[in-house]
Structures are given as C-alpha cells and as structure tokens.
Design a protein around this ligand. Structure first.
Ligand SMILES: [Zn+2]
Ligand SMILES: [Zn+2]
Length: 383
C-alpha cells in the first residue's frame, strides 16, 4: 500500500499553485502579479458591496460614502489590476498569478464594476461588514507594507511568511464580524457602564480640557488593558485563549490581528467599560479607538528603527516584540500596549539594551493553522 500523502495546509497549497522557483525581484512579474490579484480581489469585494449593501456593508457607514468617488476608485483599481495582471502574464513563465488576477477582475466586471446598480432594499437583520474589511486592508496595508519594506527588522522575512494566511483570516474576521463585536462588546459595556457610572468622576472629567481628557483616557485604557492582559497570562483557563496570540512565529503588521474571539471580546469589553465608568467624552473615546487601531498594529510590525529616549515612554515595536519573545528571560513581561511606564510601575518591564528577541512563539507547542481551527483549539482537552 502506498504511504498516505500528507494533507497540504491552505498556505502550502497556495504556495504550490502560485509560487515557483523563479526570481521575485522587480521585472520578474511577481510583484505585478501579486498586486494584480490584490487589486482584483478588492475590486470584486467592493462591487459585491454595491450589489448586496444590506448584507455586506455597515449601516453606520453606508449613508456616508461619497458614492461617485467610490465608483471611480473601483474602476481605477480594476483597470490597474488588469494591467498589472497582464504585465505579469508577459513577464512570468508560470501564469497562475496573472490568470488569477484577471479572473478576479473579470468577476468584478461581470457584476457591473464601479457602475453596478445599488438595489433599493430594506435592512437585513444580520450583515457582514465587508466594506469595513476593504477599507481596513487599503489603509493598513498602504501604510505598513511600504514601512516594513523600507525599514525591516528581519530582512529575509517576506509578506508571505509562515502563518500569513491564518493572520489574514483573523484580519478578515475581525473586520467583517463588526456586528458580532458590537453586540458582544459594545452592548454589555454600555449597559454595565450605565450601572457602574461614577457621577463624581464624570463631573470632574467633563470639566477638563480635551487633550488632558485624551491623555487620561489613554492611561486609564492601558491600565485596564494591563490588568486584563496579565490575567490572561496568569489564569490557566484564560491563557488557553490568549496563547493563540502568542502562537505567531513571525512578527509583522498582520501578526497583531491573531487574537481569539474570547480574548478580543473580554479585553475590549472591559477596557471600554473602564472608559465609560470614568465618563470620558464620546469624541475622546473615539480618538482613543483611532489611536489603538494604529498603535496595536504598529507594535507588532517588522520595523527596525530605534527611538532613543522615546522608547521609555511610548510602546514601540521592540517593547512588544519582547512580549512575544520565545526566550525564557522574557516570560510574562511588557503587558502594556501604549505606555511602558505601567510595566515599570508593576515590575514587569523588560527592555534589554540594544537587543531584539531571537525568535517568537510558544516555547513548547505549535498552534494549528487557520482561524477556524484556532477558534476551537482552546476548547480541546489537550490545548
Ligand atoms: Zn500576552
Ligand atoms: Zn501582540
């Protein structure tokens, strides 16, 4: 009997279909092929949003879009994607990249491209925030991919490092499941916040200048986050969920997305609760949320520059990379997201002068690949 063939992971399968031994530098059709696929896919997803707005877009955003501009952007992206895929077909011997890019663009064209008619329909009870994902990819990738290419900490680590597909799934899920998040995080925090509100604290906070409120908001949020994060490391039941985040073996802008749903709901819910109890103005909380959505990505980035004295006061990639370090010296350190001084106050700060960690990940085990498998991983008996 022939030996059973090992099952390929989705990542290995994609690598087998699209990658080849040919060089990947400028002029080989690799970069144009990848960009063609990304643009074709984003255009297709955006066109799907135009066709099925009630099921695929956030009600809060829907009425605010400058539609003419959106339609123009879809068509420009689509044309650029087709041109790049065509270029890749010309330059590269293996045609899979170019063909896939053209197929995605073709599907977007078949659905009407930027001119797709928006149906007049009512609200759906359940929806996916696909538009939020498309916006998230465009803004985050446009900022961090060039930054990581220009100043990489680990030069040999490409965009398609081990685990990239799993982390892309996390990025996708954390955006399209916005409705689940608002039901599971926002609703309980707002309800509990109303019960636990401290009127005296709120009155005192209200009178403060906006910028002072914002600085206090960052401190309060990071203190709450510190406590919750430490509990996730200390309590074995919670660690089962949080170790999913620590299973990343390559750090970059995508790696920070790898957070178990339980981890996200509990952490975000309790941090938001702390902010609501303290009574910060709504605009202050929104400004904080904008900061955290950038900063939490940034501290995971494959980004080498050092920041001198600023590293003591603002969490930079080196600070959080040590939180993910595989080395025994770095166990349970650097829990803060924004302010390293919180870790100094509690004696958990670890910033060895001039060094970065050797490697990242769990010391004694490896997580299964894929969002769905990792969702049930903590529930398995031997997790
Ligand atoms: Zn942690
Ligand atoms: Zn992290």
């Amino acid at each position: 009997m022939p030996p059973p063939t090992p099952r390929l992971s989705a990542e290995q399968w994609l690598a087998r279909v699209f990658a080849d031994a040919a060089p990947r530098h400028v002029g080989t059709g690799w970069i144009s092929g990848i960009l063609g696929i990304v643009l074709g896919l984003l255009a297709l997803l955006a066109v799907l949003c135009l066709n099925f707005p009630q099921y695929l877009t956030l009600p809060e955003l829907r009425s605010r879009y400058p539609l003419d501009l959106v339609r123009l952007a879809i068509d420009v992206g689509l044309l650029a994607g087709m041109a790049l895929s065509g270029l890749s077909l010309l330059l590269r011997r293996k045609k899979a990249l170019g063909v896939a890019g053209l197929a995605l663009a073709g599907a977007a064209l078949a659905l009407g491209a930027g001119g797709a008619e928006i149906p007049r329909v009512g609200e759906a009870r359940i929806y996916l925030a696909l538009d939020w994902f498309v916006l998230g990819v465009i803004t985050t990738a446009a900022l961090f991919v060039p930054l990581e290419r220009a100043f990489p900490l680990r030069r040999g680590q490409g965009v398609f490092r081990r685990g990239w597909l799993t982390d892309t799934q996390y990025f996708f899920a954390s955006h399209v499941l916005a409705q689940v998040m608002s039901v599971a995080v926002l609703a309980p925090a707002v309800a509990l916040g109303a019960v636990l509100a401290l009127p005296q604290a709120q009155a005192a906070v209200e009178g403060l200048p906006w910028l002072v409120q914002w600085a206090m908001c960052v401190l309060v949020a990071d203190l709450a986050q510190y406590g919750v994060h430490r509990a996730f490391h200390a309590v074995p039941l919670l660690w089962r969920f949080h170790k999913v985040h620590h299973s990343v073996e390559a750090m970059d802008w995508l790696a920070g997305s790898r957070l178990h749903l339980v981890d996200v709901i509990v952490t975000r819910g309790l941090v938001l609760l702390a902010l609501l109890v303290a009574g910060f103005a709504e605009s202050v909380v929104y400004a904080y949320l904008a900061l955290v959505s950038f900063h939490a990505v940034f501290i995971h980035a494959n980004f080498a520059p050092r920041w001198g004295w600023l590293e003591r006061w603002v969490a930079m990639p080196r600070f959080h990379h040590w939180h993910h370090a595989r080395e025994a010296e770095a166990r349970d350190v650097n829990f803060a997201v924004h302010l390293p001084m919180i870790d100094r106050w509690f004696g958990t700060c670890h910033m060895p002068e001039g060094r970065w960690p050797e490697g990242y990940g769990l010391a004694d085990e490896r997580a299964p690949e894929g969002w769905a498998r990792q969702l049930v991983w903590p529930l398995r008996r031997r997790a």
